[in-house]
Design a protein around this ligand. Sequence first.
Ligand code: FAD
Length: 468
Amino acid sequence: MSKYDVAVIGSGPGGYVAAIRCAQLGMKTAIIEKYSTLGGTCLNVGCIPSKALLDSSHHYHDAVAHFEEHGIEIPGEVKVNLEQMMKRKSSVVSQTCDGVKFLMDKNKIDVIHGVGSFEDKTHIKIEASEGESETIEAKNTIIATGSKPSNLPFIELDKERVITSTEALKLKEIPKHMIVIGGGVIGLELGQVYRRLGAEVTVVEFMDRIIPIMDSALSKELTKVLKKQGVKFHVSTKVKSVERNGDEVIVKADDKKDKEVELKGDYCLVSVGRRPFTDGLNAEAAGVELDDRGRVKVNDHLKTTADNIYAIGDVVRGVMLAHKAEEEGTFVAETLAGQKPHVDYNLIPGVVYTWPEVASVGKTEEQLKEEGVKYKEGKFPMRALGRSRASGDLDGLVKILADEKTDEVLGVHMIGARTADLIAEAVTAMEFRASAEDISRMSHAHPTFAEAVKEAALAATDNRALHV
Ligand code: FAD
């Protein structure tokens, strides 16, 4: 029987990063993955394929809607070749997954394919799809089994017309009308992909605004921009049935006045969140308890109810994001090596990769109000930047919230071109507990989108923005 210092169950961004860090720290490490490729949800059916399709559809949309104004003429009609777009996406995914395999080999991590289930605290049985099985012994185990799309109890996901994000990433045709249930990150990103490719897209959201976990200024601006792009919205609307009639999907919902809304489309994307995944893990055999929402229970050190078993990523409490899973993977590896690592959960940025991109870190204005914190605000519109004019990306804004007395930055919220990258500046500033004035006194290259961060910081300190 093979023996390891650490076994990691699941090879998503949480699991594979934990395995690399364990190996770097000298632990004999195995990683167990039930699928034939490594990388988990993020690389196979999440972050990477969705961004590949967002980028391809963005190029197409630019060619159709913006090339002419830039003086670029294309003789003949610009057409989408969906098969090629999907082929490119698959090749991006497989190259990225191969990259993880390379990293496992480089770090001398044993990769074992099959479903891992606990026999007891230190033994894990791995059953391959061909029915073969082996048992390994591990002093410590890290559970990184991730999540799966969740559903509403009355919806039958046929995965053909009533689909989750997994199927939406590999459609063989462009929908005529895609109804998206759920105005969160995944629904909006995939909705925008198909809208750009020519589909009619209608988003139905239960809450009173899209991306409800983010600052309301961002929801408002994103709604405005997506509406301009032709996306339709029904907010404060509760879906009550989804039915198939041949190739037609009929969605019925009640709006906030209890009036029935009926929508007919050819595809319905159900993007109502994700649920932690522990099926087949046999967690009880190791004394690992789940909470009432099916997540693996962990303490502040990410230790489960079993002494030698830890859990990270989507399968535990907190936001379901790849970089959060990665931080937790490193955290557990370093804890096992006797170090005293730290994860600042307040500073995990959230991003929506629509265009304009939406990015956020720290407290929202709604949270500060709820917590009774006195704050001041600085806002700057993207359209006032030279860089935005040059590129034609005029939508969006940066909003900085700072403590009213100390000027410490408490939250940064932005929507606009490249804000997914710009948010890193805000994370760095907040990690070092910068004040808005600190940011406002740093030189930002001109012309860049990043100047909006400096200007918003100037606005937050005595209304000193220069270009509005
Ligand atoms: P996962 O990536 O889910 O990996 C878990 C792995 O464990 C899987 O490979 C699974 O097969 C394996 N496994 C499960 N049980 C067993 C078992 N018993 N034995 C062996 N193997 C097992 N996040 C971002 O930060 N940025 C984004 O842009 C982004 N975009 C997304 C887009 C979409 C469409 C989706 C669906 C998600 C997106 N996410 C994004 C979320 C991100 O994918 C997850 O937060 C991240 O993958 C979680 O990592 P993880 O390691 O916890 O689990």
